[in-house]
Design a protein around this ligand. Structure first.
Ligand SMILES: [Fe+2]
Ligand SMILES: [Fe+2]
Length: 241
């Protein structure tokens, strides 16, 4: 396995590792590094991937410059090597929603995390990341996402998950591949709040969707997110029919 690096927005790097034996056509695990005065990592990858991911980060910036360790929710691919990164970067802190800190991260993290209020912004230097609580979207009570305001990049985690090893960034239809992945994995928590939560993300008007599994999407993020919300509404309606 190797971890590829692509710059998908100004100083926002997608680190992607393809694992061929997951699902019918393999699966990517992506982390995002925002390189700035206070470098931020979104998703750590599994513990077993720490050597690959940390080596990839070091080609952009020294590992011990990392200041913020962040992720969408508590799962091994999102935060498995959180403590390895805390050990490698002595000035780094985990930052997460207050609920996630209280429920899990205060206990799991080797240093106390920084609890964030919904909508709170971390200034990285040139970049600004806004923390957004999205409970149970796509899954996990503590689920949250980040929006980088200067590049209008939504770090959207498992939303728009795609199979295979598609290009780093694409303008192609993103809903069709995401619906196919949902059919296969059934990874999303389908509740009456799923559609409205995703529509509220559309209100941010992102132009880049930084996806955790698959290609980033460059284009009309409002339309893509509203289509995804409609897709989930339809699934919920048909499940209850
Ligand atoms: Fe997940
Ligand atoms: Fe994930």
């Amino acid at each position: 396995m190797e971890t590829r690096i692509d710059e998908v927005a100004d100083r926002i790097f997608r680190l992607s590792t393809f694992v061929p034996d997951i699902g019918p056509t393999g699966f990517t695990f992506n982390q995002y590094l925002i390189d700035d005065d206070e470098p931020l990592l979104f998703h750590t990858g599994h513990r077993a991937m720490f050597p690959l991911v940390s080596e990839a980060i070091a080609t952009v910036t020294p590992l011990d410059r990392l200041r913020w360790i962040t992720f969408g929710h508590v799962e091994a691919d999102e935060c498995g090597s959180m403590n390895e990164f805390l050990a490698a970067a002595p000035n780094a802190r985990v930052a997460h929603g207050a609920l996630g800190c209280m429920v899990s991260i205060n206990d799991l993290a080797d240093r106390p995390p920084v609890p964030l209020a919904d909508g709170e912004v971390i200034e990285l230097g040139d970049h600004r990341v806004r923390h957004i609580d999205t409970p149970h979207v796509p899954h996990g009570w503590e689920a949250r996402l980040l929006f980088e305001e200067t590049t209008s990049t939504l770090l959207c985690g498992d939303l728009f998950t795609q199979l295979g090893d598609p290009p780093a960034i694409s303008t192609d239809d993103v809903l069709g591949p995401a619906a196919k992945a949902e059919d296969i994995f059934g990874y999303s928590c389908l509740t009456p709040r799923t559609g409205p939560t995703i529509r509220s993300l559309a209100d941010l008007a992102p132009t880049t969707l930084a996806v955790m599994h698959g290609s980033c999407y460059a284009g009309d993020g409002v339309k893509a997110l509203r289509s995804l919300a409609d897709e989930y509404d339809a699934r919920i309606a048909s499940a209850g029919a």
